[in-house]
Design a protein around this ligand. Structure first.
Ligand code: MSP
Length: 513
């Protein structure tokens, strides 16, 4: 049997508005992680897509004067185009309006009804249209103006008292099984500091979940019950399984399943760590291996919102700085898992300091010196014993790999830039331009070969973050195999006799206008 692929997913993004930097962040994280895994030789399957049902999208379509499907088609394509622009290498893009998904959502619904995990009742509660969520009177108490507002701190919109006939999922029955599952699978709740909150939430007791809506028209019809559509979250969560080909009684989806990591923003962590595994348990499907929640970006100190109209379009930065710089800055600037603030000023500083100066300039200097002093001749396999910088860099390799494995992207980049810093210091301390005056060229040659060898390794390390710039670096440094990511071993075993290929500066300095 072929080994199971490493299955990585992003959330399915709502199509009620155009993609912004927050969406790009999760998708790039998934792409960086997937590239890292591929570079290690794993077979990866990266899934992304769009979440297209529900009243939010219905309302946006009405406002735009088009059908929900036409609206979804347009915005879904914007997401797809942006991922292509950002160099995201996904293996599948699922839209919840596709038949391959909708049919299976209905299969899942039927299967829960048959097992008694779904039943019909009446739902009365306070409904938030924006979050598509019901709240109880204790969760959403009246404020000083006697208005009940959505308890979600990012929403706070007024709620509507609503009563409707509804299908329910027996979530309340799954509390104990979920708690056992978390205990038996300590890797499931990631990063681990988020585990306690979820365990406490489940331990307090779960309520059954309304999984159909009669007041919404735009959704997957509940099988055999006209007038109800499936609740958008029940529909959307299933995508991870439907895209893998899940259907009752067919095991083919196991080529991908269980998913290895669902990457999500922190605000949808509960849906993915409580409702989703309970749904899977009820369907007799193994829960995913892990769900990883990252933090949120604010912009210039503010939450991005419609009212402030301050959504950052990634293209504004890729136009100016290039795609690879954008991919780098997002992950160097804030630790994955925490919150952070995005600002144009901080972006420029980071770009100039780390990319234009530390790395770009270093590559230019080293290639220029090889050209000037060694007539462009590059080393083949370097001798680590005569290459002290390379030797120390290789000692950091395991650490960098371990950081990448636990999605600690900033830690990995900090480690890589420590090596870049050491390379710069070495150039400044050893002054190859002075050594070049010595008739004995051997020490100079060993020094430059050490620098080139280490830079080749650096190029390998930064490949998941900056695939294009890393390839340019490897070309300049005479690493033979191109294109494609190289393992450290391949980088070091490159044949001798290659020559430097000086190119344009990798990251031109961005000056004040
Ligand atoms: N459709 C649901 C998810 C269903 S998954 C089965 C949804 N969509 S969304 O369009 O609102 O996208 C939310 C995701 O976008 C977040 O989980 C996060 O990954 C990303 N981000 C949106 N804004 C963000 C920031 N300001 N900062 C970082 N990431 C953010 O929720």
């Amino acid at each position: 049997m072929t080994p199971k692929k490493t299955y990585i997913t992003t959330p399915l993004y709502y199509v009620n508005a155009s993609p912004h930097i927050g969406h790009a962040y999760t998708t790039l994280a998934a792409d960086i992680y997937a590239r890292w895994k591929r570079q290690k030789g794993e077979t990866v399957h990266l899934l992304t897509g769009t979440d297209e049902h529900g009243s939010k999208i219905e309302q946006a379509a009405v406002a735009a004067g088009v059908s929900p499907q036409a609206y979804a088609d347009k915005v879904s394509a914007e997401f797809r185009d942006l991922w292509a622009h950002l160099g995201v290498h996904f293996d599948d893009f699922i839209r919840t309006t596709e038949p391959r998904h909708k049919d299976r959502v209905q299969d899942a619904f039927r299967s829960l009804v048959a097992s008694g995990d779904a039943y019909k009742g009446v739902y009365k509660g306070y409904y938030c249209v924006s979050c598509e969520t019901y709240w109880t009177d204790t969760e959403a108490p009246e404020d000083e103006k006697a208005v009940r507002r959505c308890p979600n701190a990012d929403c706070r919109k007024p709620l509507k008292l609503t009563e409707e006939e509804s299908w329910f999922f027996k979530l309340s029955a799954y509390g104990p099984r979920l708690l056992d599952f978390y205990k038996a699978h300590p890797g499931f709740l990631q990063p681990s500091q988020r585990a306690k909150e979820i365990e406490n939430f489940v331990a307090e007791g779960l309520r059954d979940l309304a999984i159909s809506r009669s007041k919404v028209a735009w959704g997957v019809p509940v099988p055999d019950d006209a007038g109800h559509v499936v609740y958008v979250w029940f529909d959307a969560l299933l995508n991870y399984a439907t895209a893998a080909g899940w259907r009752p009684g067919d095991d083919a989806y196991k080529a991908l399943w269980p998913a290895d990591v669902h990457l999500v923003g922190k605000e949808i962590y509960r849906f993915h760590t409580v409702i989703w595994p309970a749904m899977l348990m009820a369907l007799g499907v193994e829960p995913p291996k892990s769900v990883y929640a990252h933090g949120w970006w604010t912009v210039e100190g503010q939450k991005m919102s419609k009212s402030k109209d301050n959504f950052v379009d990634p293209r504004e930065f890729t136009r100016k700085y290039g795609v690879d710089a954008f991919r780098y800055v997002l992950f160097r600037e804030m630790p994955f898992g925490n919150d952070g603030d995005f600002s144009a000023e901080a972006f420029k500083k980071r770009y100039n300091a780390d990319l234009a100066n530390d790395l770009g300039n270093l590559v230019s200097r080293v290639t220029n010196m090889v050209d000037a002093y060694l007539d462009g001749a590059l080393p083949g396999k370097p001798d680590p014993e005569r290459s002290p910088v390379l030797k120390r860099a290789l000692a950091a390799s395991a650490d960098i790999g371990e950081s990448m494995d636990r999605l600690a992207f900033q830690d990995a980049l900090n480690r890589i830039w420590a090596v870049v810093g050491e390379l710069n210091l070495t150039v400044n301390d050893r002054k190859p331009w002075v050594m070049a005056k010595d008739p004995d060229k051997e020490p100079l040659k060993h020094l430059l070969f050490d620098l080139v060898g280490t830079l080749r390794v650096v190029a390998g390390w930064v490949t998941p973050f900056m695939p294009n710039k890393a390839a340019e670096m490897q070309m300049a440094l005479g690493v033979r195999k191109f294109p494609g990511p190289l393992s450290v071993h391949e980088v070091l075993d490159g044949p001798a006799g290659h020559r430097i290929r000086k190119g344009a500066p990798l990251f031109p300095r961005m000056e004040e206008k």
